[in-house]
Design a protein around this ligand. Structure first.
Ligand SMILES: [Zn+2]
Length: 456
């Protein structure tokens, strides 16, 4: 009797808890068995625009069709019998191959040998905003992430160069051999970049935590700082003069941040970075690369100065920097980012719905409010002033990250920020690879273009 009950308990546990994981496993050959009785369901944006659907020809041949071509390539992914599933096609494989079609209809299909229609996955993505971000990025390699500040809903995730999921099988060998462009890589979550000056927000928080009198910080910038025979320059050798912490952030003053970095307790600096999810897992259903913060007690002066201003060995993805920004905009609490709003049957009857939930508190609300004020100064009087005077208010941080040892004029351009500062609305993070020099200029102008299209 005991053995029987244990067996039953395991079957129930397996069906309820484990089935989804097992079915979604790429090692499970039986996925094809599901596909024999169910036509793979649709994926739509939040307004019902179809992002992926299966067309069935008269002879029964099924073709997965992606109406937006390469615009949603990385976030939606592809589903191909020979090359498997990626993106949401992989994450939601179980739902797409499950049919909650009406009971009577399923019985009729059973008798007539017809397939049932799989369920529809309604994403949080916004096709108009995604298209605007795709267009604004133009021919740059890079990525854009947009999410709602108070809910964590992801509205946009663009990565370029992209690929066309409609022709994935035909293009497979070309895409895989293109190591210069890595078009299959989702740069938004898997891209690993030096965060450049966007990381000064992390350094600022560490300084605030280690100095209760941080508001009294002052520094006289002469355009460069030298310690232990290592010299750090401000961008274009700008001389920023007398600064406090706020203007150091607004001007993105490298010298001031190198100075701040040298004053920090490195162990506590590391703790702050790790509170912001460096060296740790991120909440993400998509594959991502972990961010790294490498300073320790043995790091030398050069390494500390470089790290404080966002260079050195620190690496982060655009997605991660968007999460940090979201937590700041949301009063210190990071909302768990999500991509699926609901699952319905093919006729639109709701099966389940995701609701916003908090993931972790990354900082106190007082710390978030202070960083928000500094990021507002960046837009009002600092390096992102091109975003001031628009139909919405914005706060943020620009960044320029050097990545070439041989050619320091080649830089990645960053912007991370949020809109409607008093009651934050959208969080945005943009990176463009290989722009020419000028302090974060490209990414911030692209962010402005995307936000304009949303609000106007
Ligand atoms: Zn300076």
């Amino acid at each position: 009797m005991v053995l029987f009950i244990a067996l039953m308990a395991y079957i129930v546990y397996f069906t309820v808890v484990r089935a989804r994981t097992v079915v979604n496993s790429p090692y499970n050959q039986r996925q094809e068995a599901f596909a024999e009785t169910v036509i793979r369901g649709r994926i739509t944006d939040r307004n019902g625009n179809v992002l992926a659907e299966t067309d069935v020809a008269e002879d029964g041949t099924e073709t997965r069709n992606y109406p937006y071509g390469d615009v949603f390539a990385h976030v939606i992914g592809y589903s191909d019998p020979d090359y498997g599933n990626t993106g949401l096609e992989s994450v939601e494989n179980f739902e797409l191959l499950t049919s909650n079609a009406f009971f009577v209809e399923k019985i009729q299909n059973e008798f007539s040998g017809e397939k049932n229609m799989g369920d529809t996955v309604v994403t949080t993505l916004d096709a108009d905003l995604q298209q605007a971000a795709y267009d604004a990025l133009g021919s740059y390699k890079g990525a854009v992430v947009v999410m709602e500040a108070s809910t964590g809903r992801i509205l946009t995730m663009v990565s370029k160069p992209a690929y066309n999921p409609n022709t994935i099988a035909a293009d497979w060998s070309t895409l895989n051999s293109d190591s210069d462009n890595s078009p299959l890589l989702n740069r938004a979550t898997q891209g690993s970049y030096a965060p450049g000056s966007t990381f000064k927000i992390v350094t600022t928080l560490a300084f605030m935590r280690q100095n209760s009198g941080y508001a009294d910080y002052t520094y006289d910038c002469t355009g460069a700082i030298t310690r232990d025979n290592v010299t750090i320059h401000c961008v274009n050798n700008s001389v920023h003069g007398h600064e406090d912490l706020r203007s150091s952030v607004a001007n993105s003053c490298n010298s001031s941040f190198a100075n701040i970095g040298l004053s920090l307790d490195i162990g506590k600096y590391r703790e702050t970075a790790e509170d912001l999810l460096f060296n740790s897992a991120l909440p993400s259903v998509l594959n991502y690369s972990r961010s790294s913060f490498a300073l320790n007690e043995d790091s030398d002066t050069a390494e500390i100065m470089m790290t404080a201003m966002g260079q050195g060995k620190t690496m982060a993805s655009p997605y991660h920097m968007a999460l940090i920004t979201q937590a700041i905009a949301n009063g210190g609490t990071l909302m768990e980012p999500y991509l699926v709003d609901s699952v319905t049957n093919y006729a639109g009857t709701q099966i389940r719905r995701n609701v916003p939930k908090s993931y972790a508190r990354l900082m106190t609300s007082a710390e978030a409010a202070q960083l928000k004020e500094y990021m507002t100064a960046v837009v009002e009087e600092g390096t992102a002033s091109v975003l001031s005077g628009r139909s919405y208010t914005a706060a943020g941080k620009t960044g320029t990250a050097e990545y070439s040892q041989s050619d320091s004029s080649r830089t990645h351009s960053w912007f991370m920020g949020f809109t409607n500062v008093d009651n934050p609305d959208l969080v945005i993070c943009v990176i463009t690879e290989g722009s020419d020099g000028s302090a974060g200029g490209k990414a911030v102008s692209i962010a402005g273009e995307i936000l304009d299209s949303y609000y106007n």
